[in-house]
Design a protein around this ligand. Structure first.
Ligand code: PAN
Ligand code: ZN
Length: 187
């Protein structure tokens, strides 16, 4: 294994060299939004828009890896575009999110059910402690681009959030991003 400099474009999220990427479109995120009828309509009339793209840089045998998440601006009935959200499979492994451009909200939830919010503005490096679920939400009108750094063994556990939702949602109320209780949250 040899050291290497990786160029990250903070406006587009491009990673060079990158070693993998995936895209999430609106139709793949149906369950996480409140208004699924409106989501289906948007998928129909807007041709299933991209919500976010993840590009990673990973070296075989390394303990760490990193990459970018680039989120498009958008809303479904006032609820801002967001990532799926997850706990890590390894409960002893946290993460770092360093915002490059755009404006977002990082919504965090501990195993005990405490909620925390960290604003994602350019230059803010968010510390995500082990065993806190995390979801990023683009509350701006431009792309939200952030760099994440994580242990390769951390893993993703999407099940809990998919099943129960998160306790809070982030919606546009009179042009302002507002954190509200999730009316569909269920234990
Ligand atoms: C990030 C996330 C990425 C996409 O790399 O995986 O932003 O979010 P979801 O995985 O919740 O769809 C990370 O937190 N990795 O651990
Ligand atoms: Zn994570």
């Amino acid at each position: 294994m040899l050291p290497e400099g990786v160029l990250i474009n903070g406006l587009t999220g491009e990673v060079s060299p990158g070693t993998g990427k995936y895209t999430k479109r609106l139709s793949e995120l149906r369950e996480i939004f409140q208004d699924q009828t409106e989501l289906d309509r948007l998928v129909e009339v807007e041709g299933d828009p991209v919500v976010y793209e993840v590009i990673e840089y990973r070296k075989e045998g390394s303990d760490l890896f990193f990459g970018t998440t680039t989120m498009e601006p958008g809303k479904v009935s006032g609820e801002f575009f967001m990532t799926r959200g997850h706990f890590h499979q390894r409960r002893d492994m946290g993460e770092v999110y360093y915002t490059q451009s755009g404006h977002g909200v990082l919504l965090l939830e501990s195993r005990k059910g405490e909620t925390k919010v960290v604003r994602m503005d350019p230059g803010v490096c968010a510390f995500i402690p082990p065993d806190w679920a995390h979801r990023s939400i683009n509350v701006g009108s431009e792309k939200l681009v952030f760099v994440w750094v994580c242990n390769v063994d951390a893993g993703h556990d999407y099940g809990d959030i998919l099943k129960h939702g998160m306790r809070k949602i982030v919606v546009d109320r009179d042009g302002k991003d507002t954190i509200m209780n999730n009316p569909h949250y269920s234990l």
